[in-house]
Design a protein around this ligand. Structure first.
Ligand SMILES: [Zn+2]
Length: 439
């Protein structure tokens, strides 16, 4: 019996990231609407399904779209404004002063640029914490990506609100406004322990429980954060967060650098997800998260770039390379952070950070979020092992097609949802505004 689907996609190789980590040569994928119906060798898929259209990608590697588990999309506007500084000085003297002047219009443009960059480099979903997050959702709505976002909650005013009380109202309003959007989901996002109070963090947890949505926070990023937390509350950040009930399967913590082994055990026991940001941690010299120990203890680990002001790219391919190399040299052991474990962080781990079970792999019932890499690219020849190439050889430049929810967003050099030439001119014209705020 022939089944009907919307699209059949064919390629030389499919890296599925399914539970068996299957790799299919001469593969095909059947897609209907936003969902993958079937995946297998092309001959059997083609015999089983009749499709309205067939996309033959030829010498390409299809793999799940990558998940950027922690970023601040609109910070693309601040890319390169201040480098080579420690976190607290960088944040308080260079980033916060510009951010206080941000408007919804600017945030949407910055987020749209981030969406273009991620789409071009094979990222299909991302977790985002920022100011005026409604504007980021508008950008994501246009660009076609998938997001778990949240308005950053601080104990001081932000460009989005005059006081924290209003911040909480905005979280509810955004939840009501976007909750039925197929690609936009929301989380409660207190910024960090050093920018909130115990009362604010408790309210954040209660709100996340009431709305039954995730909670994201920066936690254990630097030794300075730990010292400040000890001074203010007499506890290290992870214990402090745990005592306020924040650690749970609902929660994703970004960074998790300055942690003791006992604190990592606590993350494992509570089911808390970690978003690891190796390049941002290297650039700000924040330290190295003990990812091998987290993986050994069964902590769910995902991978993120952090914002473009501290990375400075939103490139999950180079982030995977950095991740694998960093842990090898830290452990002085080349078997540390093997390619498959790192690819898992950027796909399946990312799905855990988004608190979803329908993304991160190519299998029946999963969302049709897939990317294709050009296997004629010189740095991907010859093909012995696609997992190795994805982590160690690919740079993102080989991405020739990006699809989210069955919709093609980027194909052979062209953005299909974003008016890229006009975005470029708008971003260029914003440069002088950003410089003016830095003076
Ligand atoms: Zn961050």
């Amino acid at each position: 019996m022939t089944l009907v689907c919307d699209i059949l996609v064919r390629a030389d190789m499919i890296l599925t990231q399914d539970p068996l980590r299957s790799i299919v040569e001469q593969g095909g994928i059947a897609i209907t609407g936003n969902t993958i119906m079937d995946v297998g060798d092309w001959e059997s898929i083609n015999a089983r399904y009749h499709a309205e259209s067939t996309i033959n990608l030829g010498n390409s590697l299809i793999m799940p779209g990558l998940v950027n588990a922690h970023t601040h999309a609109a910070m693309t506007l601040l890319r390169g404004v201040a480098d080579d500084l420690p976190l607290m000085e960088w944040l308080t003297k260079h980033i916060f002063p510009v951010e206080q002047h941000l408007t919804a219009e600017f945030v949407e443009l910055g987020a749209l640029l981030a969406c273009a960059e991620m789409t071009r480099l094979g990222t299909t979903s991302f977790c985002d914490m920022y100011l005026l997050e409604d504007a980021t959702y508008s950008a994501v709505d246009k660009a076609g990506l998938r997001i778990l976002g949240g308005e950053g909650i601080f104990m001081f005013p932000s460009p989005a609100y005059p006081n924290t009380e209003r911040g909480f109202e905005i979280v509810r309003e955004l939840h009501d406004k976007w909750k039925n959007h197929p690609r936009i989901a929301q989380s409660v996002m207190p910024h960090a322990v050093y920018t909130t109070t115990p009362e604010i963090l408790t309210r954040c947890r209660e709100l996340a429980e009431e709305l039954d949505i995730p909670l994201n926070i920066h936690l254990g990023e630097t030794v300075t954060e730990t010292e400040q937390c000890l001074k203010a509350f007499g506890k290290r950040p992870v214990q402090y967060a745990h005592d306020l009930g924040l650690l749970s399967p609902r929660t994703t913590i970004a960074h998790a650098v300055d942690l003791t082994d006992a604190e990592i055990d606590l993350l494992a026991e509570t089911g808390t997800v970690v978003a690891h940001n190796p390049e941002s941690n290297m650039k700000l010299a924040s330290g190295i998260a003990n990812i091998p120990y987290m993986l050994e203890k069964g902590v769910k680990v995902s991978l993120g770039t952090d914002g473009a002001a501290s990375n400075n790219a939103l490139n999950m391919f180079t982030e995977m390379t950095s991740c694998a190399l960093l842990h090898k040299v830290r452990c002085m052991d080349p078997t540390c952070a093997p390619a498959q474990a790192v690819l898992d962080m950027a796909t399946i781990g990312g799905a855990a950070a988004m608190h979803r079970t329908d993304i991160g792999s190519i299998a029946p019932g999963m969302k049709a979020d897939i990317i294709a890499l050009d296997l004629n690219a010189p740095n991907l020849l010859p093909m012995h092992n696609p997992v190795s190439h994805a982590v160690y050889a690919a740079t993102g430049a080989e991405v020739r097609m990006t699809m989210v929810a069955g919709q093609i967003l980027y194909n052979d050099g062209k953005f299909l949802k974003i008016d890229y030439p006009s975005l470029v001119s708008e971003i260029r014209s914003l440069r002088d505004w950003v410089r003016g705020k830095l003076a």
